[in-house]
Ligand binder design. Structure first.
Ligand code: MN
Length: 258
């Protein structure tokens, strides 16, 4: 038997066990053999230049396990949300836009007609996901609704359990893709509503049935849950109530009612 075959088999097995840690001791040829199966398919494409950027996740990608699995989190943030940002930057090229995506999507009808659809979809996607990451927290770390928020939930929605029922009903009734929202309406009262696709209550009518400032939302696009929950959207929605960042939802409630 050719001893070099044994050596390659050994190096290959050792590389599989030790990963990159042993790479410096290998010849250039062996490093190629070792790393080729793990090398990325292509270098990461540079992000399109533009005013909007992907916000970093406020926790590690595995922090919301087991409710949101790590792979879903990586894809959802790094691929889906990034795509909304990239496409939004492409859509706003050559036009004056506010620095805040929330301000941008609140005035869709003042934009050039040929830009509205792209900014509605991708600006909505960027704003909705930026809110979404911030209002989630690892199980047991999200705190409780502030006394002011709790009082408003009792007054306007009939209590915390009723709020969960309403959010869940909105999430399950939404055919296809969209969001279920807790919103501060123009009169300062809380309401629960849902939107299609990446529409936001910030867009106002006719894009949203019930306009206002969203302070919590559940993403019910299949990309948000399909790897773990497949077709079981109700199970996903129920599990989401365990990872609400009530501290951040309360902060947003204060800001929207100030
Ligand atoms: Mn999403």
């Amino acid at each position: 038997m050719d001893p070099s075959i044994d050596r390659r088999v050994f190096l290959s097995a050792a590389a599989a066990l030790a990963g990159a840690a042993i790479a410096p001791s290998l010849s250039a040829h062996d490093r190629i053999v070792q790393t080729a199966p793990h090398a990325p398919a292509s270098p990461t494409a540079p992000a399109a230049a533009g005013p909007f950027t992907l916000p970093a996740l406020p926790y590690e990608p595995d922090a919301l396990e087991p409710v949101i699995d790590t792979e879903t989190m990586r894809l959802h943030h790094g691929k889906h949300h990034q795509a909304y940002v990239t496409n939004l930057n492409n859509a706003v090229r050559g036009i004056e836009v506010p620095a805040s995506v929330e301000e941008l999507i609140a005035k869709l009808d003042s934009l050039p007609a040929d830009k509205i659809t792209a900014i509605r979809n991708n600006g909505g996607g960027h704003a909705n996901h930026s809110l979404f990451w911030s209002v989630l927290a690892p199980k047991g770390q999200g705190g409780e609704p502030s006394p002011a928020l709790r009082a408003a939930i009792d007054r306007d929605l009939g209590g915390l359990e009723k709020l969960k029922e309403l959010l869940s009903a909105g999430a399950l009734a939404r055919f296809g893709s969209g969001w279920s929202w807790l919103v501060v309406g123009p009169d300062g009262r809380l309401l629960v509503t849902s939107t299609a696709n990446q529409d936001s209550p910030l867009m106002g009518q006719p894009y949203a049935d019930k306009p206002g400032t969203p302070i919590f939302g559940i993403d019910v696009w299949e990309h948000a849950y399909y790897l773990k929950y497949q077709n079981r959207r109700p199970e996903y929605v129920q599990a989401m109530f365990d990872i609400i960042n009530w501290n951040e939802v309360s902060r947003r409630f204060d800001a929207a009612t100030r």
